[in-house]
Design a protein around this ligand. Structure first.
Ligand SMILES: Cc1cc2nc3c(=O)[nH]c(=O)nc-3n(C[C@H](O)[C@H](O)[C@H](O)COP(=O)(O)OP(=O)(O)OC[C@H]3O[C@@H](n4cnc5c(N)ncnc54)[C@H](O)[C@@H]3O)c2cc1C
Length: 460
């Protein structure tokens, strides 16, 4: 079959880091007559949830040296930084340089702007609307948006970010991603943050930036705080054997022995954990499902605080808050919420306490992170699930996909074009699919696979 003058576009749904990089990589990989439609429901393209903040205390959690958007150009972000006039928000520490996340959003915006305004016939089209449906049609889908637009597309990449958390809410709950609302708080009445990970660190910085001076209680099952980055120590990638993947116990013993050997050579555990990065997906996919479930139940919080570390200045801010008694971090569970007119009374079962404790707070901030597919009310996902065009991935953490990023359908799923998945919706299939150093590789690989699939279809 010969190629048409202009082929129907490939849609990319979601323009955070994943969708932006998928779109840019697709422009490189697809034939010049194939456009790309990048759809974003939020107010800005390229920034997503992570890189839209204007608070200079919201630093990247990854060193600038490892934040290039492109796997084949490792120094690309640092080169951009050296040419940008940024003022505040660039902090150099013994563990490396950490940059405000808003600056990283500007870097991504520059990349996208260059692709939209570059020479030649524009192939990248931006649609600023929420995609609410992909109706199967011959040779692809009819993409529908909330605002009533329709577009014929040959296939789509779902890059919609994390599933929204479904943790219990109160009338006094605040969204950690909308910190402007923190400015309405009484400056002294206590606030509860549920979750003690990286989102909690952000929420504390946002509360203080909005003039809140009162007490903050941060609660999570184990009360673990993210570790801070240390000066980079290189440690070789472990040579893991199939037997090492048979059980978590065995894998953990192997990692612990590497940590001990590293310590003998003056290398910190950070280097050993970093050396596992290229292997994480292989490890995750190789673990038997029973062991994957055990990882989630018991090890995940420990993995998260070692793998997803924070910038040293952010860790120091939290240490100072704790030292002056302004922030208390506790292990425990939230067991009930009673809403009153001007406050919520929460019942907590704190680890080590004899009986539950009741506490009145003016607001609760949900910093528990991501949700699960069964609780998701996202209209696009619900429709795709109803039609069998996608199915839940392992443990309901996201969607199921093959090693080629193609969404796995149910037996009932018929018609339409191919769907691919990128970013946090792959959690469960690929364990580490949420940070730039992972997504940039996955975006490049996915674009090559999309091009190969379309090429095969055109040749058939
Ligand atoms: C606060 C925070 C800080 C982080 N810091 C770092 C860091 O320092 N370094 C690092 O490597 N990683 C960091 N991460 C990890 C981060 O998740 C990834 O780097 C990356 O930003 C994920 O991008 P994404 O595009 O997959 O998701 P998102 O950023 O969530 O983007 C998804 C986009 O899809 C849009 N969307 C969803 N549904 C639809 C729809 N139906 N129609 C149209 N648009 C839709 C949303 O509006 C959103 O803009 C951080 C994450 C968070 C949340």
């Amino acid at each position: 079959m010969t190629r048409q003058a202009s082929l129907p576009p490939i849609a990319v749904i979601g323009a955070g880091f994943s969708g932006t990089m998928a779109a840019l990589q697709l422009l490189e990989a697809l034939p010049p007559e194939q456009p790309v439609l990048l759809c974003e429901r939020g107010g800005s393209f390229a920034r997503g949830l992570a890189y839209g903040t204007g608070n200079p205390a919201h630093l990247l959690n990854v060193r600038a040296a490892n934040m290039s958007a492109f796997p084949d150009r490792p120094g690309h972000f640092e080169e951009w930084l050296s040419g940008a006039d940024l003022g505040e928000g660039v902090v150099t520490t013994s563990a490396g340089t950490f940059v405000a996340r808003g600056h990283y959003g500007s870097y991504l915006t520059d990349l996208l702007t260059a692709a939209v305004t570059g020479p030649g016939v524009p192939r990248l089209r931006l649609v600023n609307d929420a995609v609410v449906d992909l109706e199967p049609r011959a040779g692809g889908f009819l993409l529908r948006t909330e605002g009533g637009q329709t577009h014929r597309v040959a296939g789509a990449v779902l890059a919609m970010g994390n599933l929204a958390s479904a943790a219990p809410k109160s009338r006094h709950s605040l969204d950690p991603w909308a910190p402007d609302s923190f400015g309405r708080l009484h400056p002294h009445a206590p606030v509860l943050i549920v979750g003690t990970g990286l989102t909690m660190l952000d929420a504390v910085a946002s509360l203080r930036a909005q003039g809140f001076t009162g007490a903050i209680l941060a609660l999570s099952r184990r009360g673990l705080l993210p570790n801070a980055h240390a000066p980079a120590d290189l440690w070789p990638m472990p040579d893991l054997r199939p037997a090492d993947f048979a059980s978590l116990r065995r894998l953990l013993a192997r990692i612990r022995s590497d940590v001990a050997r590293a310590a003998e050579r003056g290398v910190g555990w950070h280097g050993v954990i970093d050396a596992l990065r290229p292997l994480t997906d292989t490890i995750w996919r190789s673990l038997p499902p029973r062991e994957q479930a055990r990882f989630q139940r018991h090890l995940r919080p420990f993995w998260d605080v070692h793998r997803h570390r924070t910038a040293p200045p952010a860790a120091q801010t939290i240490a100072d808050e704790i030292a002056r008694g302004a922030l208390t971090v506790r292990a425990g569970r939230l067991i009930a919420i009673e809403d009153e007119a001007s406050q919520a009374v929460v019942t907590l079962r704190l680890r080590g306490a004899e009986r539950p404790e009741r506490l009145a707070v003016q607001a609760m901030i949900d910093a528990t992170g991501f949700g699960h597919l069964p609780q998701s009310r996202d209209p696009l996902l619900r429709r795709l699930l109803d039609r069998g065009l996608v199915r839940p991935g392992p443990f309901g953490l996201g969607l199921d996909a093959g090693v080629d990023y193609r969404a796995v359908r149910t037996t009932a799923g018929e018609g339409g074009g191919p769907l691919w998945i990128l970013g946090p919706l792959l959690r469960g299939v690929l364990w580490e699919c949420t940070a730039v150093p992972d997504i940039r590789n996955e975006a490049a690989e996915l674009a090559g696979l999309v091009a190969a699939t379309l090429d095969r279809a055109a040749a058939a």
